[in-house]
Ligand binder design. Structure first.
Ligand code: THU
Length: 130
C-alpha cells in the first residue's frame, strides 16, 4: 500500500472542503480492495448538525459507486495534531470491516496508523436474532 499516495489524495480532497463555520479543512482518501481511491472532504452547513465529515463523504462516495471492500482510509486535517475520526465516522468505517487501516495525519503529513477495531472497540453490531 502506498501511504504517501493516499495522503496526497487526501490532501487534494482537503482543498475542496466547505468549512466556512469552523475554518477547519479535512480531506480523506479511501483505498478499496481493488486499489481504487475515493475521496471526501468535510461539508459544513449553516444548520451545524447537518455537517458531514470528510471520512463519511469518502465512504458514501465509494459505496454509492459500488465498492464495499476497503483496505485503508487516510484522513488529514489542518491541525498540528493527527486528525482522528470522530465517533460517528468510526462506526461508519467499522461497518465495512474491523481490519481497515486508518492513517491519521497532521497538516505536515506526519501520521499514525491504527486498525479501525482499535479505534472503535465494542462498537454497535446489528445482530438481532429473528
Ligand atoms: N471533521 C472531519 O471532517 N473529520 C474529522 O475527523 C473531524 C472533524 C470536520 C467536521 C467539521 O466540519 C470540522 O471538521 C470541525 O469539527
Amino acid at each position: 500500500m502506498d501511504i504517501s499516495r493516499l495522503l496526497e489524495e487526501a490532501q487534494g480532497a482537503k482543498a475542496k472542503a466547505y468549512a466556512p463555520y469552523s475554518g477547519f479543512h479535512v480531506g480523506a482518501a479511501l483505498l478499496t480492495g481493488t486499489n481504487r481511491v475515493f475521496t471526501g472532504c468535510n461539508i459544513e452547513n449553516a444548520s451545524f448538525g447537518l455537517t458531514v465529515c470528510a471520512e463519511r463523504v469518502a465512504v458514501y462516495n465509494a459505496v454509492s459507486s459500488g465498492e464495499k471492500d476497503f483496505q485503508a482510509l487516510a484522513v488529514i486535517g489542518d491541525g498540528e495534531d493527527y486528525c482522528r475520526p470522530c465517533g460517528a465516522c468510526r462506526q461508519v468505517l467499522a461497518e465495512f470491516g474491523g481490519d481497515i487501516l486508518i492513517i491519521m495525519a497532521n497538516k505536515e503529513k506526519q501520521y499514525e496508523v491504527k486498525p479501525i477495531f482499535e479505534l472503535l472497540p465494542e462498537g454497535f453490531n446489528f445482530n438481532l436474532k429473528f
